[in-house]
Write a protein that binds this ligand. Structure first.
Ligand SMILES: [Ca+2]
Length: 239
């Protein structure tokens, strides 16, 4: 495994790597001792359901009668949990896992052999192209305003002109910086960084415009909070 990963690192490529109990596609970000792996997509209903089955987890949203949606303030929606994000059977098990608290997301990542990304890790992956020979319009070493690159188009933000009124199955939109999917929008992503009991979230969601995809659009949310707009992805050590 170590040799295999070193080859990937040297080539600056991504591949399918099996770590812990689940298998997800991961991308190498950075070089040398700073390098790490990051999930290419947000964690999915399928992967989180597998984890819940293995561990017997019942989420806070399930225990407390559903997760939250914002209408006239935050309102609890009965039956809105990660398996049924809008209260009914999802179109796809590849939709992002939402209605997950920060603690539940971090426990999931640790179970997979990783953890939630730090702001520094997530930002490096989202905004600075690391691939030696990336496809156009991406340029090696360039830092972009958006995870989609020089333009904000190509992410599932507010409205239906992007093809989606709400969240989309992960990877539905074109790959962005570093070949990662949905770092901009679709659903917010929990990060490790803390301010008291609050934790940082990044990337914006389908409920917001593209401005929230930028580095200065990150927001702190209560670590115990769970909502239809917030999911996550994990990072992993290389060895
Ligand atoms: Ca996202």
């Amino acid at each position: 495994m170590t040799i295999f990963l070193n080859v990937i690192l040297a080539m600056g490529l991504f591949t399918v790597v099996s770590i812990g109990h689940a298998q997800s596609v991961k991308t190498v970000i950075g070089q040398g001792t700073e390098a790490f792996l990051i999930d290419q997509t947000e964690a999915t209903i399928e992967s989180f359901a597998q984890y819940a089955q293995q561990t017997g987890l019942v989420t806070q949203a399930e225990k407390n009668g559903g997760g939250f949606e914002y209408r006239f303030g935050w309102e609890r929606r009965p039956g809105w949990i990660f398996r049924t994000p809008f209260g009914s059977k999802p179109l796809s098990m590849q939709e992002p896992a939402v209605h997950i608290s920060w603690f539940e997301a971090q426990a999931y990542c640790k179970h997979q052999g990783g953890e939630l990304p730090t702001q520094a890790q997530w930002s490096k992956a989202a905004y600075t192209e690391q691939r030696q020979t990336p496809p156009a319009p991406f340029i090696n070493g360039q830092t972009y305003t958006y995870p989609t690159g020089p333009k904000s188009e190509g992410a599932n933000t507010v409205g239906t002109q992007d093809g989606w009124a709400q969240h989309a199955p992960v990877g539905s939109m074109p790959a962005g910086v570093n070949g990662l999917y949905d770092m901009g929008a679709n659903v917010w992503e929990w990060l490790a960084d803390a301010k008291g009991n609050d934790r940082l979230t990044a990337g914006g969601s389908w409920w917001y415009g593209p401005d929230k995809m930028k580095a200065d659009g990150m927001q702190y949310k209560d670590a115990d909070f769970y909502a239809v707009y917030v999911g996550f992805r994990c990072v992993y050590p290389l060895s």
